[in-house]
Design a protein around this ligand. Structure first.
Ligand code: HEC
Length: 354
């Protein structure tokens, strides 16, 4: 049941009318824990402390066609189910039927279970997504799902990861029994749940809560009538870069993007671009002017970005990242800097020698 519940939750976490909270809380408590230890190797990053997303990969032959075929099916679905009565007739049921939400998920149990069992059929979305407008429910997208047992190859086989971004809810803390649900999950500063300030096991234990490292399964949205590829495949149908790590204080410390710790984009996941050999000494000043404000002096310690020194980055990888900062991590806060080819070659040489 967890997989079914989560669709509405994704929508709900942005704007939650108070009355939703009680029912939602019950659903959350019932749905948790089942798949908590089923994580498998998929290259991901935390978009925020409670949201894990897959990194993109470079396109392989056939990816574009596969993605376009999915979008074409999604577009047919949103046309077919423009009238919500047609969706209901075909087995899609509104989640939390007694409540009006700004965005509604209509979920098909049979399709959800089919997806959970490993099958991907772009004509069988787990949910149809409707926005509530003045003139009624307006269909905007579809959601496909996969189980947490899926490997990266499995996910890529369903929706090419050069195009789409899978996401799932992680690091959730459920309030101890008897906690009033409304303030705990949906107050101005909730401690628990999808927007909770608690995201570590220790902080959760300290509050007597129940920690859930991975909640529900993988999800991916398609917004087939959006004008651009990025918007069609965006995580929530809006600009991903708005919802960034570091905006919120969290119990157990800020989520570290910075300096220490593994590179956000693992080396084996960061492609190399062709770049001519540059002058590392000149590159030092290019770096000081363009990169050090985030990555720190000599790439050693950045307030807002990972340390780059002694990482084993090749010049080509540096060049790739500078020219295409959002190709692999669509939510990266690294800007696309308009530097010349010569500066690029020099800074790439410099960083690779750090
Ligand atoms: C506004 C801040 C900012 C500036 C300026 C900036 N970066 Fe970055 N950079 C980042 C962030 C944040 C990341 C982490 C990537 C992510 O979030 O996925 C990053 C990642 C990288 C990576 C990949 C590290 C990894 O995770 O594998 C390289 C290489 C890199 N930057 C090089 C540079 C170079 C060279 C410059 C200057 C030409 C530069 N950056 C300028 C913020 C910045």
């Amino acid at each position: 049941m967890g997989i079914i519940n989560t669709h509405a939750l994704t929508a709900v976490r942005r704007v939650v009318p108070g009355c939703v909270a009680v029912l939602l809380g019950l659903v959350l408590l019932v749905g948790s824990h089942r798949f908590a230890h089923a994580g498998m190797p998929v290259t991901t990053k935390l978009m925020d402390p409670h949201m894990e997303i897959t990194l993109r990969r470079l396109a392989l032959p056939g990816d574009r066609q596969r993605a376009d075929a999915i979008v074409a099916d999604a577009r047919r679905l949103v046309a077919k189910y423009a009238d919500v009565a047609d969706a209901e007739r075909d087995g899609f049921a509104k989640f939390l039927p007694n409540l009006k939400l700004p965005q509604e998920h209509f979920t098909n149990d049979a399709y959800a279970h089919e997806a959970w069992s490993g099958t991907f059929d772009s004509n069988h979305p787990t949910s149809l997504i409707y926005n509530r407008t003045a003139s009624g429910l307006h269909i905007v997208g579809v959601m496909y799902t996969a189980s947490n047992l899926a490997t990266e190859a499995d996910l890529d086989g369903k929706v090419p990861m050069s195009v789409g971004t899978w996401h799932r809810h992680v690091n959730l803390c459920w309030a101890p029994k008897g906690t009033p649900i409304l303030p705990a999950y949906f107050g101005a500063h909730p401690m628990f749940g999808f927007n909770g300030s608690i995201w570590t096991r220790d902080a959760c234990d300290a509050e007597g809560g129940i920690f859930s490292p991975i909640e529900f399964g993988w999800m991916i949205h398609v917004w087939p009538n959006e004008p651009s590829q990025e918007a069609i495949w965006s995580i929530h149908g809006e600009d991903e870069r708005h919802d960034m790590v570091g905006e919120h204080e969290h119990h157990g410390g800020m989520l570290a993007v910075a300096s220490a710790g593994p590179l956000p984009i693992p080396l084996d996941h960061l492609p190399a671009a062709p770049v001519r050999s540059g002058d590392g000494a000149r590159g030092a000043s290019v770096f000081a002017q363009n990169c050090a404000s985030c990555h720190g002096a000599a790439g050693r310690d950045g307030p807002d970005a990972p340390a780059l020194a002694s990482r084993g980055l090749s010049p080509g990888q540096v060049a790739f990242m500078v020219r295409n900062p959002h190709a692999i991590d669509v939510t990266s806060e690294m800007p696309q800097l308009p530097i010349s080819d010569q500066d690029l070659a020099d800074v790439a040489a410099y960083v690779s020698q750090l």
